[in-house]
Design a protein around this ligand. Structure first.
Ligand code: NOJ
Length: 742
């Protein structure tokens, strides 16, 4: 539709029809299958409003979408198609590793391909918009939603943000893409204490330096939508933050797309004590620039009154409706309200072998090898050694994490499936040993149906039998693979925890296995970095598998048996103990650094009862074989503003394995008017290097990227020296200095 026609359509709408466009309801209002992704409460919405509403939440499937769309269009005076929006966070039916695993790939190109595939699958099922990517920077793994983030670094997150948006939206013009809705704008990732839905307090310089860049990168890449955060940032709820939405996002960044609230978050402005009542909440949200009200009755029941009372202008409503109609128009819905929805396309696209192949590759790249004592890995496929695979994840299909709400874990390749394809069955045994979690109270608090609890918790007799069987298997074996981890319900949304340990029943089983004094290869499945200190020290090797997705079992077996040399590198620090949290590698220099202070050891920045360093730092990960960083050369020692410095890092693969290496470059601004991080990632390259090969890896670093935000939020680049570091993680030690001169 031409812009002029769209304008005419807007002008012809009644006030009720306009308000309807700003209301989003979920499946149950359309007699469609309902996926609960938030609190369920009666909304006081009339049938008339349902008929007028502009978008639907989490209804998917070509057949269902077509039916709902058809019925909707029949009922509306002006046939304005519904927008179908859904939470497709890291895969639709073909599920990739959780975003924290995606972060560990350091491979934005592959991520773009994966999100492109996701868009193909989900658009075939009638989805128009996905509530992804989540771009919240995270520093505290107590927060369950770290699962949805690519990690703790602004620059790395920005690379992934661009890749995800590009992948999702690449095929928008031909109906096979998804519009990206980036979220949660902004600062939700800094929820205090890691407690879900808690407030965030972030200084302006920290916000601009660390929390906003990934959003900015996604907006610049053309993301069509933004979801406002339901949390407060410096006291103001994201859903009512005019400074953030209207001033920054729209005016300063030039974003002209749709802003949507989070689930019920307009109504929650009342609970925040920010709005007097629901009407007031509607006024604050629409004034801040929120166009669509997701699952709250505030716009539906409040905007008309507000207008009649002169508390908002019709222009405000028109602007919001215009943006919603423009999105529908950009997606081509007026010409074809069903867009990509097609049962036939679904049958080719969903879980196709090429999509599974990309998922397998992504899982391989996401898994991080954290320890490999005496090169216990990789295992030989043909040897006389017997392997006992033990633990609740040894044959568990739920490897997709809690936010893969549209996928079916029956489509997943389990660890046991993967191993069976590599080994002759006389050489391995598989036994569960114990349940993932045996704490009934934990399930009860979610109101989990009695039946499903019964299924996931074995009786005491069964538990004893399971344990005995696995101890017998272990006794007969030469090597033990221990597959353990969090229950999927323990992470993701509303999955905050204070103790980031394995469930005690798993710890007990592990300790019994340790007593057998055989090499143990531990595989950890989790939605966050757990505290693995004890597990690491008692294991010969340890693989962090995250929730690795549909092809997880294949990828793990590929790594265990050397068909893929692990290349994953942590994008979030792994704590030594929970009391260190929050933590991140790019912390500011303190006046009393543990390493460099002249004070005696008591009066330095440290804990008296724990190391202050993480168990494994940001950027860390092992591969098979050995590689050394031998040289860092900065081509120039002095530069002026606007110039670029070329640098060269020499790496030597002195081991026997071909591998990928993620070469990382960090810098430190030596003297600045605001204390600066000890290190900041400035660039990285993922390079393939053969056994015995030496490679020089080139980087071009624009000096203008080395600035910082001062306390007033202004970008500063001050003359003086900068130290660059090169290495395989954030402890990178090779260093060189460069000076910025005026
Ligand atoms: C609440 C979550 O915070 C958000 O990320 C999600 O997209 C919505 N629910 C919709 O399900």
């Amino acid at each position: 539709m031409k812009s002029q026609q769209l304008r005419q359509l807007l002008d012809s709408l009644s006030l009720d029809e306009k308000i309807g466009q700003l209301v989003q309801l979920s499946g149950e209002f359309y007699q469609a299958q309902n996926i609960a992704t938030g609190p369920q409460k009666s909304l006081g919405i009339t049938q008339n409003l349902v008929d007028l509403s502009g978008s639907v939440l989490n209804v998917t499937g070509a057949e269902q979408v077509k039916r709902v769309q058809e019925e909707h269009l029949k009922k509306s005076k002006h046939p304005i198609p519904l927008l179908f929006m859904a939470d497709i966070i890291y895969g639709y039916h073909t599920v990739y590793p959780i975003p924290l695993g995606i972060g560990a790939t350091w491979d934005p190109k592959l991520v773009e391909e994966a999100y492109h595939n996701t868009a193909d699958e989900a658009s075939a099922s009638g989805v128009d918009v996905t509530f992804a990517p989540m771009l919240d920077l995270v520093r505290d793994p107590r927060w369950g939603r770290v699962l949805e983030s690519t990690g703790e670094d602004a620059m790395l997150n920005s690379h992934f943000a661009r890749a995800m948006v590009n992948g999702l939206q690449k095929d928008l013009p031909n109906g096979r893409g998804l519009a990206a809705c980036i979220k949660h704008f902004a600062g939700y990732g800094a929820a205090e204490g890691g407690r879900e839905y808690n407030s965030a307090d972030i200084s302006l310089s920290n916000l601009k330096q660390n929390y906003l860049p990934a959003y900015r990168a996604a907006v610049d890449a053309g993301a069509k939508m933004v979801m406002a955060s339901l949390s407060t940032l410096n006291g103001v709820p994201g859903t009512g933050d005019q400074w953030l939405i209207d001033d920054m996002l729209r005016k300063q960044w030039g974003f002209d797309g749709v802003v949507i609230s989070d689930y019920a978050s307009i109504q929650e402005l009342v609970d925040h004590g920010f709005a007097r009542d629901r009407e007031d909440a509607a006024r604050l949200a629409i004034t801040a620039g929120v166009d669509i009200d997701m699952k709250s009755p505030c716009y539906a029941n409040g905007l008309k009154q507000l207008l009649n009372q002169g508390r908002i202008s019709e222009e405000k409503i028109n602007q919001a409706v215009w943006r919603v109609l423009s999105l529908k128009n950009d997606l081509g819905l007026f010409e074809n309200p069903f867009r990509g929805a097609s049962i036939e396309r679904e049958s080719h696209s969903i879980l196709s072998s090429d999509k599974r192949a990309v998922a397998r590759k992504m899982s391989q790249e996401a898994i991080v090898l954290l320890k490999n004592e005496d090169e216990v890995l990789p295992l030989a496929k043909q040897s006389n050694k017997k392997i006992a695979v033990i633990g609740p994840y040894s044959d568990e299909a739920d490897l997709i994490g809690l936010w893969a709400v549209h996928a079916d874990s029956n489509d997943t390749v389990t660890l046991a499936d993967g191993i069976k394809e590599k080994l002759n069955d006389s050489y391995y045994s598989i036994s569960k040993g114990t349940d993932i979690l045996r704490d009934k109270k934990f399930f009860d608090q979610f109101g989990t149906a009695e039946e499903s609890v019964k299924r996931s918790i074995s009786s005491n007799e069964e538990e004893i039998k399971q344990r005995q069987k696995s101890l017998k298997n272990a006794a007969k074996a030469d090597i033990i693979i221990f597959a353990c981890g969090e229950h999927p319900l323990q992470s993701s949304e509303a999955g905050s925890r204070v103790l980031l340990r394995l469930p005690q029943n798993q710890v007990d089983l592990f300790n019994e296995l340790v007593e057998l004094q055989k090499p143990i290869i531990t595989i950890v499945f989790s939605g966050r970095p757990l505290v693995l200190t004890d597990l690491v020290s008692k294991s010969s090797a340890l693989l962090q598998a995250w929730f690795p997705g549909t092809e997880g079992g294949h990828a793990l077996a590929d790594i265990l048996f050397g068909d893929y040399n692990p290349s994953g590198r942590l994008s979030m620090s792994m704590p030594y103990i929970e009391g260190q949290l929050p933590m991140h590698y790019d912390h500011l220099s303190t006046g009393r650094s543990e390493e460099t202070s002249q004070h005696n050891s008591r009066f330095v920045s440290r804990y008296v009862d724990s190391p202050s360093k993480p168990l494994f730092p940001f950027g860390f990960g092992l591969s098979y074989g050995e590689l050394v960083y031998s040289k860092l050369v900065m081509e120039r020692s002095q530069l002026k503003l606007g110039e670029t410095v070329e640098s060269y890092v020499t790496i030597n693969n002195i081991g026997n394995y071909n591998r990928y290496e993620v070469v990382q470059i960090y810098f430190h601004d030596d003297v600045a008017s605001v204390a600066q991080p000890v290190k900041r990632l400035v660039d990285f390259k993922r390079v393939f290097i053969k056994a015995g090969e030496t490679k020089q890896v080139k980087f071009s670093i624009p000096i203008n990227q080395l600035g910082f935000y001062d306390r007033k939020g202004n970008y500063q680049l001050e003359p003086g020296t900068f130290t660059f570091f090169a290495g395989s993680d954030s402890m990178a030690m090779l260093s060189e200095q460069v000076e910025l001169i005026q």
